[in-house]
Design a binder for this molecule. Structure first.
Ligand code: SF4
Ligand code: SF4
Length: 397
């Protein structure tokens, strides 16, 4: 279907990319197209599920707001029935939270919606005092509440922590205080990497109420992840699915076009998942994604898409499994670079791609990759590591 292609800077910024890039680059301001789309008709009863021990009940399709910059899309999402909005302090350098806060405040519906946001564990050195870690988390959370124009969030997530960070005493104390002071109704984690370990730990300790987990049809054979999802749900941890579309709406190259309703249904047919947060950015995609809330039966076309031979290979989706890391003699952080590539090439979110690159430890950064006559890194999931790294270098070095 699609052939491996070396994306150049020109490709990133041309063709279909032009439709998306300004969203991420401009933040809320320039993309403020307030014209409403035609309001979609309700098609029956919205399927709702309970989010584990939180008791919160929401429709099975929610909004991942990360790439969106049009407040009218957020507003109309609420009007068609979306009730959970996912954001993070780092999305669009805080403007994403500001947009949600403004829309929800203007609608006067704060009590009707579930807002989850994310803060990052600061880099913890062996001698960092617990109190300092807690103070930094509290300061970041203060900023979230200010931008969201609310005195509480429904779910406060640690953004992509390790198991050690989840259980760090300073981190635990700060989150427990956020809950006891009612500034966060519930706490959770989001995860891309070592997902089974994170889920198993959340199930074991009972400290985290929810996990926002990356899951899509390319992971159908990841039995460790699927088992961990089942165990976490059995322990009453609320599960929210992200990265459900296996790529942004731009698709390739090299990924083939995704059947987005099939992708969402595949995830949500796992009843352990309460809701999915596809990252739509416009009215058409909002309508398409939310249509799944009314029923999870596959159409013939959706079945055909999911049954395509070689689909996983063609998607070349990086599952963040880290198995490639030992194959690179320089220890470059290939999983994070592949995630960065997804944000840039498939989401068109260059700002978030840049921020993700900057998170990489200095000794494992993109700039260190270079002296191999041929890339030795290998991926068992068909990810084109060498080509993707070339793209990133053309963009960021
Ligand atoms: S590039 Fe491949 S091996 Fe490396 S983390 Fe991604 S899926 Fe795993
Ligand atoms: S070219 Fe490949 S093997 Fe060499 S440092 Fe870069 S990622 Fe590692």
């Amino acid at each position: 279907m699609a052939s491996p292609t070396n994306l150049s800077r020109r490709h990133f910024l041309s063709g279909s990319a032009l439709a998306v890039a300004p969203i991420a680059l401009s933040g809320i301001g320039a993309g403020r197209a307030l014209a409403q789309g035609a309001k979609p008709q309700a098609k029956g009863k919205i399927i709702r599920r309970k989010l584990g021990r939180t008791g919160i009940e929401v429709p099975i399709v929610s909004m991942g707001v990360m790439n969106a910059d049009n407040p009218a899309v957020v507003q109309q999402s609420y009007e068609i029935g979306v009730r959970l909005f996912d954001t993070a302090m780092g999305y669009q350098a805080g403007r994403n939270e500001e947009m949600i806060g403004t829309v929800i405040k203007n609608l006067g519906v704060r009590k009707n919606v579930i807002i989850q946001t994310k803060i990052r564990v600061p880099r913890i050195g062996p001698n960092t005092p617990d109190d300092e870690v807690g103070a930094r988390l509290r300061a970041d959370f203060d900023g979230c509440l200010k931008r969201l124009q609310s005195d509480y969030v429904d779910i406060l997530l640690l953004h992509g922590p390790s198991v050690a960070e989840m259980n760090h005493p300073g981190v635990r104390k700060a989150l427990a205080e956020a809950k006891s002071s009612r500034r966060a109704r519930f706490v959770g984690v989001s995860t891309h990497a070592a997902q089974a370990d994170i889920l198993n730990d959340a199930a074991k300790t009972g400290f985290y109420d929810t996990v926002t987990v990356s899951i899509n049809f390319t992971q159908a054979e990841d039995t460790a992840l699927l088992d961990a999802i089942r165990k976490a749900a059995a322990a009453d941890v609320g599960l929210i699915a992200m990265k459900t579309q296996a790529s942004g709406r731009r698709g390739g190259p090299p990924a083939p076009p995704v059947n987005h309703t099939a992708a969402l249904k595949w995830v949500l047919r796992h009843e352990e998942i309460t809701t999915a947060i596809p990252g739509y950015t416009n009215f058409a995609h909002m309508t398409e994604d939310f249509s799944v809330s009314y029923g999870l039966e596959y159409t013939a076309e959706e079945r055909k898409f999911l049954a395509e031979k070689n689909l996983k290979a063609e998607m070349a989706y990086c599952q963040q499994c880290s198995r490639c890391v030992p194959t690179c003699p320089l220890g470059v952080d290939i999983p994070t670079l592949m995630r960065t590539h997804m944000y840039a090439a498939r989401y068109g979110n260059f700002l978030h791609a840049r921020a993700t690159l900057d998170e990489i430890e200095e000794s494992r950064r993109l700039a260190l990759c270079g002296d191999c006559s041929e890339c030795l890194a290998r991926c068992s999931n068909h990810v084109r590591i060498a080509a993707n790294i070339r793209d990133l270098k053309s963009m960021y070095l």
